[in-house]
Design a protein around this ligand. Sequence first.
Ligand code: I4P
Ligand code: ADP
Length: 386
Amino acid sequence: MSKINENNPVIGYWMSERKRQKLNWSEFGKVCRYSGFELVKIDLERPLEGQGPFSVILHKLTEFIARNDQQAISLIKSVENYINSHPEIVVIDPIESVKILLDRYRSYGIIARSRLNDIDVFTPIYVELTSNNIAENIKKLQTYGVSFPFICKPYVAQGTNDCHKMALIFNEKSIVDCKPPCVAQSFVNHNALLFKVFVVGDEYQVVERPSLKNFYPSDRSTIFFDSHNVSKSDSSSQLSILDPEDQAYVPRIDDKKLKTIVSVLREELNLTLFGIDIVVENETGRHAIIDINVYPGYDGFPNFFNSLMNCIKKKLMEKHKNLTAENRINKTFLNCSVKVETKLEQDDSGFDTCDSSDERKHRQLISSTSINSKMNTVSKKIVNRT
Ligand SMILES: O=P(O)(O)O[C@@H]1[C@@H](O)[C@H](OP(=O)(O)O)[C@@H](OP(=O)(O)O)[C@@H](O)[C@H]1OP(=O)(O)O
Ligand SMILES: Nc1ncnc2c1ncn2[C@@H]1O[C@H](COP(=O)(O)OP(=O)(O)O)[C@@H](O)[C@H]1O
């Protein structure tokens, strides 16, 4: 086992204590040490500048990004500033991409506009409701074609206490149960089976989870539920028990489609760690994406930490390659400029070509590129590749 020394690249991370425990994160510390990395928890209350240098920053800051108070805003701002002034660091994942996914309306828009349409993968019809005016909401639902029953989902997708509190609405008189701002989305019958896809860079794993049973428009009153009581691996909600006539049919996911879904969304979202929730519509077999999550729980993903390590190494290699290329381009550019200046002025141009800031950044990264030689130390297992 390699020993940590000052030259070892550092992975700075931040996630809540709850998530650390859920993931059994100290095991990842061992995987890091084994691969020659040091894993250090970032102290968000201190300036980041003094805590590095980091080769990688891995974070789940959704609870701060989702909050709108001054303290959370300035905390995220300072992390963003630090990241912006250190382009040599691999960031998993870009805060800008995370922000998009925390907004359900925006993430559905990305799916709806993507080329997933071409393979008949869709997001169920949705509309945002921002007002408490019932007549206005009825009109909006009709205009956009949202049908009964539909699910009312809080605007914010992750990171708050209320973001998993949903309402299943069966008729017009219950529209009063919508709590704007929210997204109203047509309910797709899918025989209570949810396919959860966990993505780690170019690897992914699909697990099956319980989901809501089939529902139809009716006079019944609204069903309020917390999604975490329905679709976790150990959930056993009454809402998931199929009616006897539905029990024979078992939805299947199409592996080819799944592969395309993952590769299109990786590209669209610019994320490394995310989860996609898919249901397969009864009768048509069409695949509907109903939710995308930032840095999910990976419950059921075999050897998640090894995959995460492999992914980090690949991303460092890519970053190294890009910075080297950028550096080469800059050098060429500088050389040209120097030549032009020399020609024009027949004089010392004043350019300092030997220690550009890019080169300094490059050196900082490369001090950690003993990484290259460590590329193959982690056993490579798993799964499907995009
Ligand atoms: O693991 P965490 O940080 O508790 O976050 C959960 C988790 O990502 C969970 O995903 P999954 O592992 O069950 O797929 C997400 O659940 P949903 O798919 O039901 O949305 C949650 O959104 C995350 O919760 P949080 O809102 O606390 O970020
Ligand atoms: N459009 C939909 N059609 C059918 N069922 C849905 C739909 N959207 C959500 N669900 C059900 O509600 C649950 C929670 O919805 P989801 O959007 O994934 O919320 P969360 O982000 O809280 O997990 C899903 O696991 C699924 O059972």
